[in-house]
Structures are given as structure tokens and as C-alpha cells.
Write a protein that binds this ligand. Structure first.
Ligand code: PLP
Length: 381
């Protein structure tokens, strides 16, 4: 094989949880019952009116190239949603439709960062955030998510280009209060720093807590959304970004044109139907996730080995490992041990950053009955 010079992509991890997933799949092939709690994919089906809109678009041959930033009707519907629901003063020309939230993250950091510029991110954090920052030659600065604001207040912000907010937060399920977000905005504004706000879980929020969008009070925010969680459209790959800054907007548009050149046309019509159609599906899913949270928490809070954090949003339960079973020496082995004993998949905490040591995450996006069964098995560990 021809040798290649080292490239920035070589520093990106190749899904550190691949081993756990492979083990899970191999157990499944052997006919063992497994619980796919290692990753957060909604168990719900896409609502019928969304499916029908996609089928209609196909039948009507809406299969040609679209604007690389998204069809105008969809961008208009998104702008209206951003105004109505998020309080963001958005126009359709400030909206970019992307291939999932993941693609929004890539174009945002690529457009924003120059070499060695820093982005403050919560610790622990969904792995892909740090990786996307590194891909854009930036440096992620992990800061404890549970004292995010206090820590940022005491930091030297030289060479910090942006503060990243993710509320509700993956992997802990923490929801940032309006007050916390206002404090972060004040710091950002005083120091002329951007905010990147990942609101992928804005609709999965429990106990009547309110979601607050920093873009509603701070123009130098890039706000990112995903249809994967709000409308269970994960495999259809659609999300969107809102950006006001003209330079960033132009850069992001160029990046979209030179990478995906537009999300597949028929999914965009599905997204339009999702945004314009009845929204009761969204609250139905949220209520069901809350039920799953309560079931799982009920089992885990009495565990001899795990100490769960009660999530206020998203669909992940973050657990401190308070004691390791005999013969198990670290988080990775704990994840393997749980899988072998119960068939329950999990993600070892260190995948999410230094704050993930001695922690483990379970996704409760699988069916409610399966969450109950998994909880019961986990309680007997
Ligand atoms: N942001 C966070 C915090 C996530 O956890 C995810 C997916 O798990 C995403 C963004 C992006 O999701 P998608 O690319 O499916 O829209």
C-alpha cells in the first residue's frame, strides 16, 4: 500500500464504541436478546403525513437538483418556525438546510474556525463535536458541564472563538436554564465571541421545563437543529442551521455547495410537511420519552454499581459508576460486563471526554417495553 503523509483526519477517532456495537450485533446474530441502548435512534416511525409528502414528491418527479441551501418553501417554513418557537428573528435567506444536524456542525465549524482557534465545549460531550472542531483545525476546550457558566466566567478567553452550548445536552440530559444561557451570552458578547448552539433535542424536554434559544437574544449565534429527534427522521438525514453573520453565511453556503450540494429533494418535502403539519406527534414522543426516563431511573437508582443522573431532556441516562463488580477494572470493561450479563448495550463515558471517566451512558430511545425489560435486568446486576 502506498504511504500517505499524516493528515488531520488521522487524528479523528473511528467511533470508539465500534467494539461494543460489534459485540452487540454478534450476540444478536447468535439469537440472544439484546437492547440497543448504545446509541440514540428514536424507536418511533416517521408520522404518516410526512411519509405521504415524501411519496407525493417522488410521484410528482420532484427529484431534480434543488437550491444547495434547500428549497425556498422549506427555508421559509423554517424561518417562521424559528420566529414562532425559538424567538429568533430569522429570514429564509439566513436558513441553510443540511444533511442532518451533523452536517450543520461540520459547515459551521469549518466556516468559523482558523487554525488553533479554540471552542469551549461541555465535558462530557457527544464525541462528534470535538471531532468536528478538530477537523476544522480548531481546538476544543472541555469545561465541566455541571458548572459550565461558573467555569467560563473564570477563564482566560484569549483565542477563544466560540462557546458551544448543547441544551438539552448529550450525554447527560442537562437542560440549561434561561438564566444560565443569558450569562453565557453576556460573556460572549463582552468578549466578542460567537455562540454555537446545538438544539437537536429542543423538543425532548421533560417536567415542563422550557427550552431557551440563545439566538433569540444574541445575533452572533449560529443555531443548529435536527429533524432526527423532533420528528423521528434520523435515517432521512435532515437538519438546518440559522446564521445572521454575512461572512459566515456565505462561507457556509459555499461549503454546502461543494459538499452535499443540497439535501435529497424528496426528504425536503417531508420536512416541510413535518413542520407545517400537526405537532401532536412531537409532544406524544416527548411524553413517551419521559415515561421511559422514569422507568429506567426507577430501576437504576437502586443499583449497587450505578448512580444515575436524572436527565431533564434528551434520551440518555448518564450514570456514575460508584463501584466496579469484582474483576472489572475500568469503564470499558464495565460496558462489556453489562453487555455479557444482560444483553444491554451502553456507551463507556470516556468516549465523551475526560469527564466521562467512571461513567456510562444508556440511551432510552428504544421501545418503552424494552426499556422496562432492560431496567429490570440492570437492577439485578
Ligand atoms: N447534536 C447532538 C448533540 C446529537 O446528539 C446529535 C445526534 O445524535 C446531533 C447533533 C445530530 O443528529 P443528526 O445528524 O441525526 O441530525
Amino acid at each position: 500500500m502506498k504511504k500517505l503523509k499524516k493528515n488531520i483526519v488521522d487524528d479523528i477517532s473511528f467511533g470508539a464504541i465500534v467494539k461494543i456495537r460489534d459485540d452487540l450485533l454478534s450476540m444478536q446474530r447468535q439469537g440472544k436478546k439484546v437492547y440497543r441502548m448504545e446509541s440514540g435512534d428514536p424507536s418511533f416511525d416517521v408520522p404518516d403525513h410526512v411519509k405521504n409528502a415524501i411519496i407525493d414528491a417522488l410521484k410528482n418527479n420532484r427529484t431534480h437538483y434543488t437550491d444547495s441551501t434547500g428549497i425556498p418553501e422549506l427555508r421559509e417554513a423554517i424561518a417562521q418556525k424559528l420566529q414562532r418557537k425559538n424567538g429568533i428573528n430569522a429570514t429564509k435567506d439566513e436558513v441553510l438546510v443540511t444533511n442532518g444536524g451533523m452536517n450543520s456542525l461540520y459547515v459551521t465549524f469549518r466556516a468559523l474556525l482558523s487554525k488553533n482557534e479554540k471552542v469551549i465545549i461541555p465535558d462530557p460531550m457527544w464525541t462528534e463535536i470535538g471531532e468536528n472542531i478538530k477537523l476544522s483545525l480548531g481546538i476544543p476546550l472541555p469545561v465541566d458541564v455541571f458548572s459550565y457558566v461558573e467555569n467560563i466566567e473564570g477563564m482566560n478567553l484569549k483565542n477563544v472563538k466560540a462557546i458551544f452550548i448543547n441544551s438539552p445536552h448529550n450525554p447527560t440530559g442537562k437542560v440549561f436554564s434561561e438564566n444560565e444561557i443569558r450569562k453565557i451570552v453576556n460573556i460572549a458578547s463582552e468578549n466578542e465571541i460567537f455562540i454555537v448552539s446545538d438544539e437537536a433535542y429542543e423538543d425532548v424536554i421533560f417536567d415542563n421545563l422550557k427550552h431557551f434559544s440563545p439566538g433569540s437574544i444574541y445575533e452572533n449565534t449560529i443555531s443548529l437543529y435536527s429533524m432526527s429527534k423532533s420528528y423521528a427522521m434520523s435515517g432521512l438525514r435532515i437538519g438546518y442551521a440559522h446564521v445572521k453573520n454575512e461572512i459566515l453565511k456565505d462561507r457556509m453556503k459555499k461549503l454546502l455547495r461543494c459538499t452535499i450540494n443540497g439535501v435529497n429533494s424528496i426528504t425536503q418535502y417531508g420536512a416541510l410537511a413535518a413542520l407545517q403539519g400537526p405537532q401532536d406527534y412531537v409532544s406524544m414522543m416527548r411524553d413517551e420519552y419521559q415515561k421511559r426516563r422514569d422507568i429506567l431511573y426507577g430501576y437504576l437508582k437502586n443499583s449497587s454499581y450505578l448512580d444515575p443522573y436524572l436527565p431533564q431532556g434528551a434520551f440518555y441516562m448518564w450514570n456514575k459508576i460508584k463501584e466496579y463488580p469484582k474483576g472489572v477494572k475500568d469503564t470499558w470493561e464495565m460496558s462489556e460486563y453489562i453487555l455479557k450479563k444482560t444483553g444491554v448495550g451502553s456507551t463507556p463515558g470516556p468516549v465523551f471526554g475526560p469527564g466521562g471517566e467512571n461513567h456510562i451512558r444508556f440511551a432510552f430511545s428504544i421501545e418503552t417495553e424494552k426499556v422496562r425489560e432492560a431496567g429490570e435486568l440492570l437492577s439485578t446486576l
